[in-house]
Design a protein around this ligand. Structure first.
Ligand code: SAH
Ligand code: SF4
Ligand code: F3S
Length: 460
């Protein structure tokens, strides 16, 4: 190491070590990567273990009550540690921080910093206030500054790129709008620039992120000659498609209310766009959808899936669904099961309804019992597993293009990656000529074994 490098390294390590635990969705994971980047640029280095770290940051989720409760039990342990180690810095970021604000300090007085998701890019400024001896709460509505820091990304192959923050929908069960705030779209140029930067560093796959990604651009100014808004997700996909070095592009999460034919056509026409669509339907019953204020019918959802399959017959379709929503009858619940069977989903994220603070449905009188929730969720999960298994069967004997992401953590002789349709796939780490496969390569795998949510095979 050159003398100057060594000096930088020692100066940089004077702040001590950090640990981040992330709960929740991809949005939170992307925020954590940016916050880790900020900490490293401030001179923190990653701690070898959570209980050794000088700064512990929990990036929290409050989508359901059990996600929120998990954070409190983690915090209890750190608060105890702080009693013997007063130099420990404790940070709660993310959606629980935004929801609870000041009251988190009353509940856990050992906390140094409580910061909502819109403040993630300001972590350094907020920590500077903490270093002056303050307890800081940052939960005000905030215009998210363009991210100029370099995120410290977990993968070197697959990267997330935020395109729209927040959500303007008002689904009656959902806490996201109150914790993530108003929609804020990033400019297409900034998104493309970030993708070019990632491509230059060897990234091959980009997932564009938004809670309601189809809303992209509606807060940006401009109308086209044809009279539609100038910035849509479809336009964005065309705009970023040609970034050299990026082989695959995905996006999530789609809302059935806004999912357009134009978007489906773009996905079919643009070769880097992967044939996987995550379109939550939430319920298979029109009256429940209405009570959820989702703004579409089951028939509209069916038409979207039909259109996707017309243009891309092999496309994978996944969704989120909630059972035991207030007032959901057994017959209504059965319609959700029927829809899953009818569509044949590749994967479904399932949840039993959980009442959330500041959401309309939480105070309705027609809440269902815990027993009904458990029973419906179990039956639903069994069905989801079966349809996933049936969908996996179509891969048997096929040759699939896999983007190699890394080594199988459970078996170092295997590598893993995913099909374009997002099925996790395992295969040998060495070619028959002895050459080893490297992350970032595109390989062809002959599929031999199929399971509900993963595949394995040999190199073709
Ligand atoms: N923006 C996406 C998903 C956001 S939250 C969409 O509109 O679909 C991720 C998932 O959590 C939701 O799709 C929903 O299935 C689930 N979820 C949200 N609030 C919930 C609640 N109160 N109880 C149970 N599940 C919930
Ligand atoms: Fe929540 Fe509905 Fe927004 Fe999705 S679209 S984040 S479910 S309010
Ligand atoms: Fe959870 Fe917040 Fe995401 S509540 S699901 S981390 S937007």
């Amino acid at each position: 190491m050159a003398e100057t490098d060594r000096m930088t390294a020692t100066t940089l390590s004077t702040r001590g070590s950090y640990w981040i635990t992330t709960f929740g969705c991809q949005m939170n994971k992307a925020d954590s990567e940016r916050m880790a980047g900020i900490l490293e640029s401030m001179g923190y280095r990653e701690a070898p273990a959570e209980l050794e770290a000088d700064l512990v940051l929990y990036n929290t989720c409050t989508i359901r009550d059990n996600a929120e409760q998990k954070v409190y039990s983690y915090l209890g342990r750190q608060a105890q540690r702080k009693r013997t180690n007063p130099h420990l810095t404790l940070v709660v970021a993310g959606c629980v921080a935004q929801q609870e604000g000041e009251s988190l300090l009353r509940r856990v007085p050992e906390l140094d910093l409580v910061m909502g998701p819109q403040h993630a890019n300001r972590l350094d400024v907020l920590l500077a206030q903490v270093e002056q001896g303050q307890q800081v709460v940052a939960t005000g509505e905030h215009h998210i500054l363009e991210d100029i820091t370099t995120a410290r990304r977990d993968s070197t192959i697959c990267g997330w790129v935020n395109v729209i923050y927040g959500c303007n929908e008002r689904c009656t069960y959902c806490v996201v709008p109150s914790v993530r705030g108003q929609e804020q779209s990033r400019l297409p140029e900034a998104i493309k620039l970030e993708m070019e930067g990632l491509a230059a560093r060897g990234f091959k796959e980009i997932t564009l992120l938004g809670q309601n990604i189809d809303a992209y651009g509606r807060d940006l100014p401009g109308i086209t000659a044809e009279g539609r808004r100038a910035h849509t997700l479809t336009d964005l996909l065309h705009h970023v498609h040609d970034v050299a070095g990026i082989e695959r592009i995905r996006f999530a999460t789609s809302h059935p209310r806004y999912f357009t034919e134009r978007l489906i056509d773009a996905c079919a026409d643009l070769p880097k766009l992967c044939e996987h669509f995550h379109v939550p339907f939430q319920s298979g019953d029109d009256d429940v959808l209405k009570a959820m204020a989702r703004g579409y019918t089951v028939d509209r959802y069916r038409r979207i899936v039909e259109r996707i399959r017309e243009r891309m017959p092999d496309a994978a379709i996944s969704a989120d669904v909630i059972v035991a929503f207030p007032g959901e009858t057994d017959a209504q619940y059965r319609r959700t099961l029927d829809l899953i069977e009818e569509i044949g989903f590749d994967a479904v994220n399932t949840a039993a309804y959980s009442p959330r603070p500041n959401t309309p449905a939480a105070v309705w009188p027609n809440q269902l019992s815990e027993a009904v929730k458990v029973e419906r969720l179990q039956e639903l999960n069994a069905l989801v597993e079966r349809t996933a298994r049936e969908r996996s069967a179509r891969y048997a004997g096929r040759r699939e293009q896999i983007l190699v992401e890394g080594t199988n953590p459970k078996n170092p002789e295997q590598m893993m990656g995913r099909t374009r349709t997002n099925r996790l796939t395992f295969f040998p780490a060495q070619r028959s000529d002895g050459r080893t496969i490297a992350p970032g390569e595109l390989v062809t795998v002959q599929i031999e074994d199929v399971r509900a949510f993963s595949l394995s095979g040999k190199l073709a």
